[in-house]
Ligand binder design. Structure first.
Ligand SMILES: [Zn+2]
Length: 294
């Protein structure tokens, strides 16, 4: 698979192999010969005089092709921009991932190794918490010069797997990795996306208020007095509109004074869901007085 993807390139042919005899660890000379029109290889042990057939693959030396690995991750993360070589032979930038990692797009980087002068690599990474640096070796130093948390650095072997004979990313692990990290600000949305999210929140809040108001009217008609149905929660709202709770929280701005809210309409609806009087006022305005609805 590595060879097929061009990640490993055959660079040399060995003329000796590790001997499998029990005498000692040593190399056995390989002889090439023809049999039935095919090239065969035999390894001869100088200590025991024994011989064994050797497959051609055992004789080929491979070199790791970092540029090909960068291309592979570029395609797996569905990065939009072209692969860019930042430091020749050492650091590649795959650009922003089209595949979200723990709920957000990230800048993906690849380096074959991080042991020699890792600060050269770190200095080229953006000063944010979102980049993901993939390292070709699982042995990288956890250098104190690393300005980022170590869990933003992953080794190839932990995230790459084979599924149905194809390369795949271990998304579950990647997700866990990013979620275990320090708290991040929710990813900023474009102005249009924010308007869409606010619109979805408005609709969900309106529907919830209607349920609360119907419940209130129903209980009142049964002589149960004025009762407020459980107020809406941020978790419920987030799940309802398919956004993260931090995103919902950021738009609600519950810690900001009402006058300073960027989206006062959703804040007013949120407040109404948590206050019987405000809820009744909202209900009367939208669905008529309780006498008409009851
Ligand atoms: Zn031997």
């Amino acid at each position: 698979m590595w060879k097929k993807a061009g990640i490993l390139r055959a660079t040399k042919r060995y003329t000796t192999v590790d001997c499998d005899c029990d005498e000692q660890l040593h190399q056995a000379d390989v002889m090439e010969f023809e049999r039935d029109g095919k090239t065969k290889y035999m390894a001869f042990c100088s200590l025991t005089g024994g011989a064994r057939e050797v497959k051609e693959e055992e004789l080929i030396g491979y070199t790791f092709q970092p540029a090909k690995v960068a291309e592979l991750f570029h395609s797996l993360f569905r990065c939009r921009a072209d692969v860019e070589m930042i430091i020749p032979g050492r650091l590649w930038k795959m650009g922003r991932s089209g595949v979200p990692v723990a709920g957000r797009s990230r800048d993906i980087y690849f380096t074959p190794r991080l042991n020699d002068d890792p600060q050269d690599i770190y200095s080229k990474l953006p000063d944010t918490k979102t980049p993901l640096l993939i390292v070709g070796s699982s042995r990288y130093s956890k250098s104190p010069d690393n300005p980022y948390d170590d869990n933003r650095i992953v080794s190839v072997d932990t995230i790459l797997m084979i599924q149905d004979d194809k390369w795949a990313l271990d998304m579950e692990w990647l997700h866990q990795l990013a979620c275990d990290g320090p708290d991040e600000e929710p990813e900023p949305e474009t102005r249009d996306a924010t308007a869409t999210t606010v619109g979805a929140m408005k609709k969900a809040l309106h529907e919830y208020l209607e349920t609360q108001y119907r419940h209130y009217c129903h209980e009142l008609s049964r002589g149960n007095g004025s009762q407020l149905l459980k107020p809406i929660t941020q978790e419920y709202l987030a799940e309802r509109i398919g956004k993260s709770k931090p995103r919902v929280s950021a738009l609600l701005e519950l810690k900001v004074k009402f006058e300073k809210c960027k989206h006062p309409e959703i804040r007013a609806m949120w407040d109404a869901s948590h206050d019987l009087e405000l809820m009744i006022a909202y209900g009367n305005k939208h669905w008529g007085s309780r006498r008409r609805t009851a």
